[in-house]
Ligand binder design. Structure first.
Ligand code: PEP
Ligand code: MG
Length: 589
């Protein structure tokens, strides 16, 4: 039966494929496709993993049998019997084989997929005792996964997600070449990163807001995604056919052939539009009245740099360095590792400037480690970004040294997130000086940097003169600026309807920042999601913005807006939008 689930549209495009449900706790399992020649070995790997766990259980049963009846915990004996039974369960064994043989999933992926399938059946059981056996199944799966650790088959670069566009293709070939859509309750930004190589053609999550970092990474992957779809992971079943409409924020489950045909058509339309936009690649971004506009890329990892150049970026306006720190169980990258990463980004940009933002962990970018106490009470207002860095000066200086060293290889700008206090500015500058002095002392080469601050807390936007005394440039982080101006958690889908980039208060802070920088001849850009949103490009141009930093995938669409704009005409209109009680109403005029 066809039905639709509504969520938030976060990454443009249409994906049609089969659902792969992944439990949040199991996202860190490797997901890759096997080569047909690896299938037998992979099935054997699961068998060996199961046997190892079965042996462990047998050993335990044996030691229990040696105890006297009084010392034998009855529950433990029964539990071991249940575990052994589950381990030998036909449905588990055959299901895992199916995913490996017919879908070419690697063993860990196959095992966790089958766990999801059987887990659902347990959830639906009337009998409470049987329902609770689900946790036993999870435990033995976990043990098998652990037993298999260290002998994974080599991952084949994933090229299998052929983007089939016609409905006929999809219906004819129902096996390995069908695109897959990941469905999860929640995905962390670092979980998303591990899917960057393209295993999945689309994403759906139950939670998350439009500018949550999970959504941001999905957009940077240029893969249709819907977040905040509430009950999606409960309503969708493993292997269901899904259509993800990343523009409308809709997930259609089990679509009828007519709906499939309709969306197949839309999908081709998106491809055609992309093709048309690609003609703008080498066109300079200049408005009709001759204003040059800088279109920069936001990147998460150093190896995103070449793609940014290919997309036509004239530099990196935001390298979110925190992605180097996340998903590592608290083991922070040392100076050498960071230096190599920053240098790789700098070299990847082939002489174009790279703006490296100092680490911005916390809030919805958890480190996932006990390394430092992460603020639990209200993480968005807690120890995140520069506060986190200043709380550990040695760690911060390590990063500053690495950035300064990378600056010896090409133009580097350093950007500091979440500043609000003069004391933070002074401490930051002092630590940058310290890092320079140390490098000099150690005889390590380093380069000049321009130093910038993010304007993403209203307090910062209200003390621009102070900021401009200390910094070479400013970059407006609209994602957080909106969050903190409107007191809306950007990652919380239940208040997503109140997250409004066109709120008069937000616009005023953005406009004043641009105007003050322009008046003082300091450069200013927007690096939040507003920069890549074509519906506000004209407004930002009218407010005087000439530098936009966004996901590479958005660059050409924004360029198209720039090429059609005449800033001399937009200025007056932008001013009236700014003065309006309801700016949205003025946007179309
Ligand atoms: C922002 O807040 O707008 C920004 C660019 O930083 P991040 O999204 O990483 O918080
Ligand atoms: Mg921010």
């Amino acid at each position: 039966m066809t039905f639709a689930i509504h969520g938030l549209a976060v990454a443009h495009g249409i994906a049609i494929g089969r659902a792969v449900l992944v439990a949040s706790s199991r996202v860190d399992v490797a997901h890759y496709f096997l080569d047909a020649s690896q299938v037998a070995n992979e099935i054997d790997r699961v068998r060996r993993g199961r046997n190892a766990v079965a042996e462990e259980i047998h050993r335990l049963q044996h030691s229990i049998s040696l105890m006297g009846p009084k010392d034998t915990p009855h529950e433990l004996k029964a539990l071991l019997d249940v575990h052994l039974m589950l381990l030998q369960d036909e449905e588990l064994i055959e299901g895992v084989k199916h995913w490996i043989k017919d879908r070419l999933y690697n063993a860990e992926w196959a095992l966790t997929t089958q766990l999801e399938v059987i887990g659902r059946q347990f959830d639906e059981m009337e009998d409470e005792y049987l329902r609770e056996r689900k946790s036993d199944l999870e435990q033995i799966t976990e043990r098998v996964l652990r037993a298999m650790q260290g002998e994974a088959a080599p991952a084949i670069p994933v090229a299998r997600v052929a983007r089939k566009t016609s409905q006929a293709d999809l219906l004819l070939d129902d096996t390995v070449d069908v695109p897959l859509v990941l469905v999860a309750h929640e995905l962390s930004p670092s979980d998303m990163l591990q899917f960057k190589q393209g295993v999945f053609a689309g994403f759906v999550t139950d939670v998350g807001g439009k500018t949550s970092h999970t959504a941001i990474v999905a957009r940077s992957m240029d893969i249709p995604a819907v977040v905040g779809a509430r009950t999606a992971s409960q309503l969708i079943r493993q292997d269901d056919w899904l259509i993800i409409d990343g523009d409308a924020g809709v997930v259609i489950v089990d679509p009828s052939p007519i709906i499939l045909a309709e969306y197949g058509f839309k999908q081709r339309q998106v491809e055609l539009d992309r093709g048309r936009l690609s003609r703008l690649l080498n066109t300079p971004a200049v408005t009709l009245d001759g204003q040059k506009v800088e279109l920069l890329a936001n990147i998460e990892m150093p190896d995103d740099a070449p793609a940014a150049v290919r997309a036509g970026a004239v530099g990196v306006g935001l390298f979110r360095s925190e992605f180097l720190f996340m998903g590592r169980h608290g083991k922070l990258p040392d100076e050498e590792e960071q230096y190599r990463a920053y240098r790789q980004a700098v070299e990847g940009m082939q002489g174009l400037p790279v703006t490296i933002r100092t680490v911005d962990v916390g809030a919805d970018k958890p480190m996932g480690s006990p390394y430092k106490e992460e603020s639990q009470l209200n993480p968005a207002l807690g120890l995140r970004a520069i506060r986190w860095s200043l709380a550990d000066p040695a760690m911060f200086v390590t990063q500053l040294r690495a950035i300064l060293r990378a600056a010896a290889h090409g133009p580097v700008h350093m950007l500091v997130p979440m500043l609000a206090h003069l004391s933070e500015i002074r401490q930051t500058l002092a630590l940058v000086e310290q890092a320079r002095a140390e490098l000099k002392r150690d005889g390590l080469p380093f380069g000049p940097i321009e130093l910038g601050a993010m304007i993403e807390i209203p307090a910062a936007a209200l003390m621009l003169k102070t900021f401009l005394k200390y910094f070479d440039f400013l970059s407006i982080g609209t994602n957080d600026l909106i969050q903190y101006t409107l007191a809306i958690d950007r990652a919380d889908e239940s208040v997503a309807h109140l997250y409004d980039p066109l709120h008069p208060a937000v616009l005023r802070l953005v406009a004043e920042t641009i105007a003050e920088c322009n008046a003082q001849g300091k450069s200013v850009s927007v690096c939040g999601e507003m920069a890549g949103d074509v519906s506000v490009t004209r407004l930002l141009l009218g407010l005087g913005l000439r530098s936009f930093s966004m996901h590479p995938a958005q660059i050409l669409a924004v360029k198209q807006e720039v090429l059609r704009a005449d800033t001399s005409q937009l200025r007056g209109w932008a001013e009236s939008v700014l003065q309006a009680d309801d700016p949205q109403a003025f946007m179309g005029s």
